[in-house]
Design a protein around this ligand. Structure first.
Ligand SMILES: [Zn+2]
Length: 198
């Protein structure tokens, strides 16, 4: 095979690989366009902090932090099944929801405080009552409560929100922004938007 032919062959191979991957991606990510804002509170605020360098320069922030008053309801962004409901020293109380086709949403640092007592809470202050491993949830359903558990202790209460596709975290800031706009409009003009958001 000549060098030119080899080049064309390799180019075509990689091009088709790229295109096939893109179409798979496009087919499955449409739920993000209708995603419900992860926090049910009008005093939520966030910016695109995905990819920020944290921890003295040794880790990349693979999520968006949404700040809101402690105890604000955290909701499922889309229909799915509870894939993980757990605790770790760094993440604190956290939930992962499986949206099928490789998509997962994560809600981290859920509330571990009871009024007047820091860190005396537990699973009952972090997770909604009807949430357990394998539970089916619908978009907008309350799954837990925003807080500062894990290594978020001492920070402004926030939920570290993340969307993963086959294990890789993606910057979904634009989708979060759009979902916030729909939530904000719904709060301001509930009649115009109907009652189907929550
Ligand atoms: Zn975070």
């Amino acid at each position: 095979m000549s060098k030119r032919l080899t080049f064309i062959f390799i180019f075509t191979f990689f091009a088709s690989f790229l295109f096939s991957n893109q179409s798979v991606y496009a087919k499955h990510d449409s739920f993000l366009e209708n995603m419900v804002f992860p926090v049910k509170h009008v005093m939520s605020h966030f910016y695109d902090d995905w990819g920020e360098i944290r921890g003295n320069g040794n880790r990349v922030h693979e999520g968006i932090d949404i700040r809101a008053p402690k105890g604000a309801p955290v909701v499922a962004i889309a229909d799915g099944k509870v894939n993980t409901i757990s605790y770790s020293d760094s993440s604190g109380y956290y939930i992962a929801i499986d949206h099928e086709n490789g998509w997962l949403s994560l809600y981290v640092h859920l509330n571990d405080d009871v009024e007047g007592n820091d860190n005396l809470g537990g699973r009952e202050t972090a997770f909604a009552k009807n949430i357990y491993l394998g539970a089916e949830v619908i978009a907008g359903q309350i799954i837990g409560y925003l807080g500062d558990s894990g290594n978020a202790e001492g920070t402004v209460p926030h939920v570290h929100f993340e969307v993963r596709y086959i294990g890789n975290s993606f910057d979904v800031y634009e989708h979060i922004k759009d979902s916030w706009f729909r939530f904000d409009q719904f709060i301001r003009f509930p009649k115009r938007f109907g009652l189907n958001l929550f």
